[in-house]
Design a binder for this molecule. Sequence first.
Ligand code: C5P
Length: 405
Amino acid sequence: MGALENKKILLGVTGGIAAYKAVELLRLLQKAGAEVRVVMTKNATAFVGPLTFRAISGHAVYLDVLEEDPEGGIRHIAWADWADAVVIAPATANCVAKLAHGFADDALSTLMLAVRAPVLICPAMNTHMYESRPVQRNLDLLEASGMTVLEPDSGDLACGVTGPGRLPDPAFIADRLVKLLVPKDLKGVRILMTAGPTQEAIDPVRYISNHSSGKMGYAIARAAEYRGADVALVTGPVSLPFPVGVERISVKSAREMLAVMENRMERADIIIKVAAVADFCVQNAADHKIKKTEGAPVIVLEKNPDILATLGAKKSHQFLVGFAAETRDLAAYAKDKIARKNLDMIVGNLVSGPDSAFGSDLNTVTFFYPDGSEEALEALPKERVADLLLDAICARRRCRGGLDA
Ligand code: C5P
């Protein structure tokens, strides 16, 4: 969530049962490096005391448009100008209606008229209220005025009804706020990616695989989605939260991955193959579980298809990026793969020793290009590597007259 680092976020809290979740949201935003100020409506204070928000945010909570600003300014203007982004969570039907029609009868609605920064509205209310014509109309008006409206979750509501109206998880709200703050330099660009390991069956319950955690690939998919790309992620089995807003295609074996990639490559502008594809599969995979009473089995391996090389041979307009995980002679192997697999770029990393990229949150990579140039990066969080990789891809595509937005 690097985009929240040093950002000034205004958190509006209105009078719904989900107001308690705004406390966790505040903490998450702070943890991601943001400075947060809180504006509450009078009804919100019936659900959570302003003292809680004051103590955690480190700022007096803005409650009353008529009360004197301790800093001597005109608070509804000063705070509106101060904010890099505004999030209202939860936003009640009344709050939504007031914002849609430009009312200014309390601190929050008055301040909102002066806000120029991006706004995220998180409506939360009873399902029937949420689905009512006036609320839907008002939400449309907010979107038409440039605000982003988050769809509420479906589930059991405090009022006993089951349906849409729940405030989404604070981590999800924070994630969508990041997206709001990231410049959309990949808007409309179609990215097809792979990540994670593949699993090659020995029998229905056993397989051959590798230590790939999927973290690097998932970080790239998430960063690309924040930047506005349409991302499809073909993923081997990993235990990571799937990036919001990314299309998921789950596969197990290399052959399944190849079939999906061949099928979809035509529709992609950029293809990034991060997956650690197993080089071998089992030629004599058993249809039923191999029993130990039968003695030690002989497992015969055969080579898997090289997905990246197959795509490289067929590519037309696509910008094709591979990864090279090596335990030695990184540059020589990486350069050989660029040529052999017909790539536009390869990301090389060493995967042995204590600083191995496998499973780690850090990665030390070098970008190699077909013209022989290379760029070595220091050890960085995978989120940062993801953004620098996307920057490098954008720059190279621009050079060759690509379609960057
Ligand atoms: O040849 P090597 O496995 O080192 O190449 C790594 C790159 O090739 C990665 O981008 C990986 O996703 C891709 N690859 C592939 N199919 C294979 C093996 C590797 O697409 N069978």
